[in-house]
Design a protein around this ligand. Structure first.
Ligand code: PEP
Ligand code: MG
Length: 576
């Protein structure tokens, strides 16, 4: 029977093929009481299972093709580290001894302890690391059970072009299935930022997660279509529908080929207006794509990612090392280092920040930094020291009033004079920019532009604060609207302020990489964009096909169009 079922798309693309239902046989774990003289043997059995799991992972690492991205090899390293960690390598042994129990039971007890720690975390990203703990422990359990891991089974079945379905997959399994040439995968569980999803994206493998009960609805060898653009799985469709998707696949191939040709081209519009396209990064690993895509530079380095996943604050030396590594890798392309933006939805170790009823409106970003210089001063010193080695700009997030900026400048001056007397070199004239992402700052853009070297529009927060919608709350997601006239008027105000004071204005929020709004932003006068690297070539194509002189007046009219349907109509008109 033909039907369709929906989930969350985590990796774009379309695949047609036969289903393969992956049934995992997780061993049923029971507690067994062991006599004293069997304890050492049990510990030996546990150590062997641990070693076998490590060897399995090493074998996977060796099979990775040289073209494999850093994401993939890093996850193998992360799982190997987990296996060596005290929590998995020593505590279960202690539990076997203390409880005189079987290794499976001891490992399961430790699993519960570790998972409860993850459950208490507020950070959505860290919560997804729970999957890794489960995957690693499942592998050890499998090796305890019968000495063989599910991994081996992947070589026994022909998965080529298959659409593989399961409750969940570990990242290791995704690598193996990719090597077997699967067409796509669909799971009942999982989230957009799980390692499994990250791998799917880096392999370009269409994937949908969170398809509830799919293992019950679909059996083996059913003809399926996976639409990874919309998160829909179609079962037993007719020829007409299949032909539609075959055409879509061919169209996608052509789009990719066309986009790849744009890598080396200069970026200017049809009417010869030059435009800068920068990339946003969260860490050093992202720089390879910045270079591959030939972005103009990095318009936003979210340095707070260096502060996540750890119990301590990265010190000045560690930060200098990280920033210098970024500058070196960028080989002359400019780097905008945004100072720490934690708080709000980006929580780190609990003792850093006291919990509060409304974190988005609380001590976040520059407020937190000015409240406690232990975060800020070492970072400012590190950024300044790094500036001696290449083109660096410093950007301050979430400014609300000019007084904050004055205090930032005092701290920068203090750091400069400290570094001078300590004999460090730095760029005396380092450019200082501010993120305009609070409506109050947008309304005062003129005053900020007078005091700063550049402005960067953070639309993610500007929209959140202007429209009073929590970025994290899916109940008000429907109100998220970059083309709301209030948002557009604020954006225009910021662009105009930059023009008046002759300083660059860039945009680094998601709107800057959203193909729907590029022409509108160009028409409003924006000339610098910074976005996720994955959007860069598509945006470049739009810029090159735009004649600003022809769309300017429509864009300006939009500032005073208040009806949603009319706004949408005009934007569609701009993009057609
Ligand atoms: C923004 O708010 O638009 C922005 C770029 O910063 P972040 O998403 O990190 O808050
Ligand atoms: Mg922001």
């Amino acid at each position: 029977m033909a039907f369709s079922i929906h989930g969350i798309y985590v990796s774009k693309g379309i695949a047609l093929g036969k289903s393969f239902l992956w049934k995992k046989n997780q061993p049923n774990i029971e507690k067994k009481h062991l006599a004293d003289d069997l304890i050492d043997d049990e510990i030996e059995r546990f150590n062997q299972a641990l070693n076998k799991t490590q060897n399995d992972l090493h074998a996977i690492a060796l099979k990775l093709p040289s073209s494999t991205t850093a994401d993939v090899s890093e996850f193998v390293d992360a799982h190997l580290l987990m296996l060596k960690d005290f929590n998995l390598s020593s505590i279960p042994i202690k539990l076997i001894r203390e409880n005189k129990c079987n290794a499976e039971w001891a490992l399961n007890c430790q699993r519960k302890v570790l998972l409860s720690i993850f459950d208490e975390m507020d950070d959505a990203y860290l919560k997804t690391r729970k999957d890794d703990v489960n995957h690693v422990i499942n592998s050890v359990q499998q090796n305890l059970h019968d000495g063989s891991n599910d991994y081996n089974d992947f070589y026994d079945v022909n998965l080529k072009h298959k659409i593989v379905i399961a409750e969940d997959f570990s990242p290791a399994e995704i690598i193996l299935m990719h090597q077997q040439g699967i067409g796509a995968f669909v799971t009942e569980y999982g989230g957009y930022i799980s390692h499994t999803a990250i791998l799917a994206r880096s392999f370009g493998l269409p994937a949908i997660v969170g398809v509830k009960n799919i293992c019950h609805y679909i059996g083996d060898n059913e003809r399926l279509v996976v639409d990874g653009f919309n998160g829909v799985v179609f079962s037993e469709t007719d020829e007409l529908v299949e032909n539609y998707f075959i055409n879509r696949i061919n169209e996608e191939k052509l789009v990719k080929q066309t986009l790849a040709k744009l890598v080396d081209s200069t970026i200017s519009t049809q009417d010869a207006v030059s435009v800068k396209l920068n990339a946003n990064i969260e860490g050093l690993n992202d720089i390879s794509s910045v270079k591959k895509l030939n972005a103009d530079g990095v318009g936003l380095y979210r340095t707070e990612f260096l502060f996540l996943n750890r119990q301590d604050i990265p010190g000045e030396e560690e930060q200098v090392e990280n920033y210098v590594a970024a500058i070196t890798a960028l080989a002359g392309k400019p780097l905008v280092l945004r100072t720490l933006d934690i708080g709000g939805d980006k929580t780190i170790t609990p003792d850093y920040i006291e919990s509060t009823a409304n974190p988005a409106l609380s001590l976040r970003a520059i407020r937190l930094c000015l409240n406690d210089l232990k975060y800020f001063l070492p970072q400012i010193r590190a950024i300044l020291r790094a500036s001696a080695t290449g083109p660096v700009q410093l950007m301050v997030p979430m400014l609300t009033n000019l007084n904050e900026l004055k205090r930032v400048n005092v701290i920068i001056d203090q750091a400069k004079s400290e570094l001078s007397s300590e004999g460090y070199e730095f760029d005396e004239k380092i450019k200082i920019g501010g993120m305009i992402e609070v409506p109050a700052a947008a309304l005062l853009a003129d005053a900020f532009a007078k005091e700063l070297d550049f402005l960067s529009i953070g639309t993610n927060d500007l929209i959140q604060y202007t429209l009073a919608i929590d970025r994290m709350d899916d109940k008000v997601n429907y109100l998220y609207d970059p083309s709301h006239p209030a948002v557009l008027q604020l954006i225009k105000k910021i662009i105009d302020a930059g023009e008046k004071h002759q300083i660059p204005v860039t945009m680094c929020g998601d709107m800057a990489g959203d193909v729907d709004y590029i022409r509108l932003l160009l028409g409003l006068g924006l000339r610098e964009f910074s976005m996720s690297p994955s959007s860069l070539l598509e945006v470049k194509q739009i810029v090159k096909n735009t004649d600003i002189s022809k769309i300017k007046s429509i864009c300006h009219d939009l500032l005073t169009t208040y009806e949603h349907d009319k706004i949408r109509q005009s934007i569609n008109g701009l993009n057609s």
